[in-house]
Design a protein. Structure first.
Length: 282
């Protein structure tokens, strides 16, 4: 029998992926995956549709989310798995959505003050119903003819340091871990290289976060070559953490990343999900 494989990191139109949750699950089933975790940025709005479709197709759907965490140098994303999608989880996410909404309003006000009369409705229309952010502001600006391309919109107005930029307030690492754990889930550090830490600093931070309840590290990922993967595997072992894996599939918006495949087209064994499930007993 061929090895059972999984993908523990994929996005839908509920955040910035290009496929609807049901379509993503259909693709995962067609690819022969035994399990799929839907891990949208700061929302679990895609889970219900994904779960329904997973039931029809006989594939295991793992509740997931990818929380944005405050971090100055690079990007800190915290994956949450196997949690109950309960009121406590919704509360935590609602706060994140409110912070994002406030920030979007401030940016649109700045754009208006700069003489670009775009509205929240116009921006929302570019979002396809999912989470709203700067890419949709950029598209709205292009549609209005304010700037020629999305790139130009970022470079002249929307990038950090440009006149319409406003930062989104985020969770502290320990807060994000607590949100996942409070609802019975396992918290996993996503693509750790994006933190842009030296190895010794990464090790020290992982020790801190493990003490705060971190349960795993994303070891396999479409951006982790063999050397990175083995370093991260060692990091997980040193701290007694689960080693997970996922593609970080976004559909057409991130070409070159295939559902169910980590770096170099490697598959992700079901045992990685089992490691996560073992953490639930702690
Ligand atoms: P937001 O979460 O609203 O701040 O938007 C972040 C998203 O904007 C990222 O996920 C990228 O997809 C996109 N983005 C960020 N910087 C740029 C850039 N310089 N050019 C094009 N897209 C960008
Ligand atoms: Zn994304
Ligand atoms: Fe991420
Ligand atoms: Fe992701």
């Amino acid at each position: 029998m061929p090895e059972r494989t999984v993908d523990l990191h994929a996005h839908t139109t509920a955040s910035d992926g290009s496929l609807r949750p049901a379509e993503l699950v259909r693709r995962a089933a067609e690819a022969g995956l035994a399990a799929l975790a839907v891990t949208d940025h700061d929302t679990i709005d895609g889970l219900a549709e994904a779960r329904h479709e997973a039931g029809r197709r006989g594939i295991e759907l793992v509740n997931g989310v990818e929380l944005s965490v405050r971090w100055n140098a690079g990007t800190f994303h915290l994956l949450g798995y196997l949690f109950r999608p309960d009121e406590a989880m919704e509360e935590g996410l609602k706060r994140l959505k409110a912070l994002r909404h406030e920030r979007n309003e401030k940016m649109i006000a700045k754009l208006n003050a700069l003489g670009h009369p775009i509205t929240m409705d116009e921006v929302r229309r570019e979002s396809g119903g999912g989470q709203i952010g700067r890419p949709h502001m950029a598209k709205a600006l292009v549609k209005k003819g304010v700037l020629a391309t999305v790139d130009e919109a970022f470079n002249t107005l929307l990038r950090r340091g440009r006149p319409a930029y406003v930062i989104v307030e985020r969770l502290e690492p320990a807060e994000a871990i607590a949100i996942v754990r409070r609802s019975g889930g396992v918290a996993v550090l996503a693509h750790p290289y994006q933190l842009r830490l030296e190895p010794a600093d990464l090790d020290a931070r992982v020790a801190e976060w493990a003490a705060a309840g971190l349960g795993g590290i994303e070891v396999q990922h479409s951006s982790h070559d063999a050397a990175r993967q083995s370093e991260l595997g060692a990091l997980a072992r040193r701290h007694g953490l689960a080693a997970t894996g996922g593609s970080d599939f976004h559909g057409d918006v991130k070409p070159g990343v295939e559902l169910g495949k980590a770096h170099g087209g490697a598959t992700i064994p079901y045992s990685r999900l089992e490691e996560l499930k073992r953490r639930l007993d702690r």
